[in-house]
Design a protein around this ligand. Structure first.
Ligand SMILES: [Zn+2]
Length: 237
């Protein structure tokens, strides 16, 4: 199929529609078993429905005079710009393995873009993509309301660390016993009062010679008490 001028580019439209029907990854948002925090699921759904309070949306509702992006100060801040095309979002995506796919596509509608990405990524990859979106939005808000501007790598690693912590917490919170004859039984084992749990994770980028370390400390109710990420030089010996 020839590439349509000004159209969707390199992929076949009918194949794409078929893929949407057959691929299940997109259902992550509604899927009860998808392992991303509920707040992030709600964020992502609101983003795809254009419900986020971007400056563009606030201007449309007469709640702001300007719709210009507060970070790049160059283009209107709609949801797609904020999460994908803004220079600050692009710098975060460059830290991920999704950047090439995002740069290749000409899709400019957020819902269509994520549906398209869902056809190409594994479920685990798509979960990380959702977390990175959330982290970009979180970073935008902390910049806007607290003046805190994290470097793109930290925005990315926060998404990865929190996702890994969330996944491990759902496993670590259970003690699995196997009787050897009957079915495996799962028992809830909460932390004792006064105890804290620390989850540690690391990500290594050999090509770029750095490693990221992250730690999250939670109390017995599961409330995050402290979190930190750090970037370190990584050398293969
Ligand atoms: Zn911008």
């Amino acid at each position: 199929m020839p590439k349509p001028s000004g159209g969707l580019g390199f992929w076949d439209m009918s194949a794409f529609n078929q893929a949407l029907v057959t691929k299940q990854e997109w259902r992550i948002i509604q899927h009860p078993d998808s392992q991303i925090p509920a707040t992030v699921k709600r964020f992502f759904w609101r983003a795809t429905q254009n419900y986020l309070p971007t400056f563009g949306n606030l201007e449309t509702r007469k709640l702001r005079d300007s719709l210009i992006c507060p970070r790049c100060k160059k283009e209107p801040e709609d949801t797609f710009h904020c999460l994908v095309s803004c220079i600050y979002a692009r710098r975060v995506w460059k830290q991920t393995s999704f950047t090439t796919l995002l740069l290749q596509t000409r899709i400019r509608d957020l819902l269509s873009l994520w549906k398209y990405m869902a056809t190409l990524l594994t479920r685990l990859e798509f979960e990380l993509l959702v977390m990175v979106c959330w982290s970009i939005w979180y970073s935008r808000n902390t910049f806007l309301y607290a003046g805190d501007s994290r470097d793109p790598w930290r925005v990315y690693i926060r998404a990865e660390v929190i996702l890994e912590e969330f996944k491990s917490a759902t496993v670590d919170s259970y003690q699995v016993r196997n009787s050897g004859t009957g079915p495996r039984q799962i028992y809830w084992t909460p932390l004792q009062s006064g105890w804290f749990k620390a989850n540690v994770d690391a990500a290594v980028r050999e090509a770029e010679e750095y490693a990221g370390l992250g730690v999250i400390i939670k109390n017995k109710e599961g409330k995050v008490m402290a979190a930190a990420v750090s970037k370190r030089l990584y050398l293969v010996m």
